[in-house]
Design a protein around this ligand. Structure first.
Ligand code: RIB
Ligand code: CA
Length: 314
């Protein structure tokens, strides 16, 4: 069955790969909503339009959203994604404008219009989703569920010792998402960092003449530099594409449920997603219980990268 999704993104390099993957692998993109995160929301919105243009998906509506987190100042990650959020590779930006600038309102409107049909896929900080939950407390009943890239359950963070960017950028919004009674599939660094891009995949992207691969290769170079510094070899991690892959085809992984919360204190663990790994239980337990998340147990990395290559024509 085709996954109909609203993709909430902060379009930087790996968000772009996720959009390319979604387009090729049969997702039906009802809308893209954009949040602050990797870059400011205006830049992220422009990048989303640019990638959709590349994919010939100019009819997918794009809504700009939150320009800052709920309860802390804005911080962005140009040092990873480039000043333009697309690796400063000289990509020609879209000249189109977003359809609107109230992403949270549009999320609510879309799910009310098609109750039970849409999956929310969040690959940036959760501010827009948190605001949508505040506007429409029945949001969890109106969607199939939410798949989010975020957190680092039981592994190091990528912004602080324990903090992963998407949760760390807006911990209060993330807690709103966890507190709601819906199926929250969390694809965190415990999964994504275990699946760095293999050398052969990089080589095939580099060699492909497909415009999507050319775009990916050009925009990835600074991202590869950044991962080379932390991992000690030239690779990168397409976090967001992995979350989108599981939203489209949940059979690429097995799962378990854990109770979880976000550290919202002001100390240095602020923004950590804490999962209670002492009491992990196999699915099915009730993944819709508030404060319970699903995390990935085993992930089919080989099949995922076969599909990544297909999505890039590489
Ligand atoms: O931690 C990785 C996540 O943070 C990805 O979604 C990346 O795009 C950034 O938003
Ligand atoms: Ca992202």
């Amino acid at each position: 069955m085709t996954t109909q999704m609203i993709l909430d993104c902060d379009t930087g390099v790996d968000d772009a790969l996720a959009l390319i993957y979604a387009a090729d692998q049969g997702a039906r993109l009802r809308a893209c909503t954009v949040t602050h995160g990797n870059v400011g929301v205006e830049v992220g919105t422009r990048n989303t339009l640019t990638v959709l243009d590349l994919l010939g998906l100019g009819t997918v509506p794009v809504y700009a959203g939150a320009s800052r987190p709920l309860a802390q100042p804005l911080e962005t990650s140009e040092h990873v994604h480039g000043q333009d959020g697309l690796g400063d590779a000289g990509v020609e930006p879209s000249t189109r404008q977003p359809t609107g600038d109230l992403a949270a309102v549009e999320i609510v409107r879309s799910v009310r219009e098609a109750p039970g049909e849409l999956t929310l896929v969040a690959i940036g900080p959760l501010t827009n989703i948190g605001l949508a939950l505040l506007l429409e407390p029945r949001l969890p009943e109106l969607v199939c569920g939410i798949v989010l890239m975020g957190g680092a359950v039981g592994v190091p963070g990528n912004v602080t010792e324990l903090g992963e960017a998407n949760i760390w950028h807006d911990p209060e919004a993330a807690q709103l998402v966890l507190d709601a009674a819906w199926d929250v599939l969390v694809v965190g660094l415990e999964t994504t960092m275990a699946a760095p891009m293999p050398d052969e995949v990089l080589r095939r992207i580099e060699r492909s003449a497909d415009p999507r691969a050319r775009f990916a290769w050009a925009t990835m170079q600074g991202y590869l530099d950044s991962y080379e510094q932390t991992l000690g070899r030239r690779t990168c991690v397409p976090h967001d594409a992995l979350a989108v892959a599981l939203a489209i085809d949940p059979d690429l992984a097995t799962y378990r449920c854990v109770e979880a919360f976000v550290e919202t204190g002001r100390g240095r663990t602020r923004g950590a997603l804490v999962g209670d790994l002492r009491r992990s239980v196999p699915v099915p337990s009730d993944p819709t219980a508030p404060g319970v998340i699903r995390i990935v147990d085993r992930f089919d990395t080989d099949e995922f990268y076969r599909r990544v290559l297909a999505s890039l024509g590489a």
